[in-house]
Design a protein around this ligand. Sequence first.
Ligand code: PMP
Ligand code: GLN
Length: 383
Amino acid sequence: MQSEFFNSKLPRSATSIFSQMSALAVQHKAINLSQGFPSFPVDPTLIELVDYYMRAGANQYAPMAGVPALLAVLAKKIEHLYGASVDPGAEITITAGATQAIFTVIATTVRAGDEVIIFEPAYDCYAPTVELFKGKVVPVRLTGPDFKIDWEQVRAKVSSRTRLIIINNPNNPSTKVLAGSDLLQLEKLVRDSSIMILSDEVYEHLIFEQHVHQSVLAWSVLRARSFVVASFGKLLHTTGWKLGYVVAPPQLTNEFRKVHQFNVFSANTPMQLAIADYLKDPNHYLQLSKFFQQKRDFLTAGLQETRFKVLPSRGTYFLLIDYSLVSESSDIDFARMLTTEYRLASIPVSAFYSNGLDQKMLRLCFAKDQPMLTAAINILKKV
Ligand code: PMP
Ligand code: GLN
């Protein structure tokens, strides 16, 4: 809204593409492979734990940084997976989802005029949040099918005003997984600077085949200047619970918490207690890749019988399809047409580029039950 009374702080932002496509899917009773959320139920053991803690009276404010039992379990998990020793009391903060974590990291670090390097395709909340704090977004554009990073191009975008580099690994929507050589390049780039890193690792456990998750937590130079963001929504099939966390060295965590306390103060108590118990069994997250790889393979195999080209998904619960043999429409028009006429909702990949780059690609979410994936394949065979 622009009027003489109100000047929008985000004049270029509309309702997110995820909300738009999900609403269109509901309106047209379409199979919804657009917004990324699982269609299958949460483990009953986890529900019982939440129920237990709610009935036991754990319904008031959690400590600002998070429930100590959960912080301790996370520190153990990080040490086990990435060999990093993390002080749970001083380096981990529980947030109301990864989105709040990202918002608060940017609020903590970015001042007016600071530059923030963002890789596109980029998850939707990064750029608007930087703009809210009067930072300048400096995009590095990666293109399909490989979305390979040219580190010389990144180096050329670094200036004395660069404050933050945001990476998302594994990447939504490209599914790109960073290699050790990428992290090495990033380390070289920031080593002698005051640049900080926001590493969005919400899909750390959704990674396929030979790919290994390179967390910045395992790279000492990066870890010393990074905020690492994770989401329990992805880990536990609970996107509606809106819980996540941030790991950062003590000084950065201290600054983060100053903002966090005025942003949400603390995240919900009974679920934190329940998750702390639940994560004591590492199988609850170590099995995730296998589980999602089966879904990815099922959808990929079904799509071989269509006119769409599948880009192999390396991580996350998304895959990209190229429809250039099917239509010349823009990806936004094509995604809308698929939803309204064929009743299948997807996300046009151009929505992840600030310049609207249209590569004739759609993103499909395969965190869905077998009947939904089968129905989606059957629809796409007819297009
Ligand atoms: N980052 C990325 C890359 C995401 O895909 C998402 C949402 N799926 C988020 C952050 C936000 O996570 P949350 O739902 O925990 O806010
Ligand atoms: N992360 C989800 C996706 O990429 C969407 C979350 C949201 O709607 N904000 O689809």
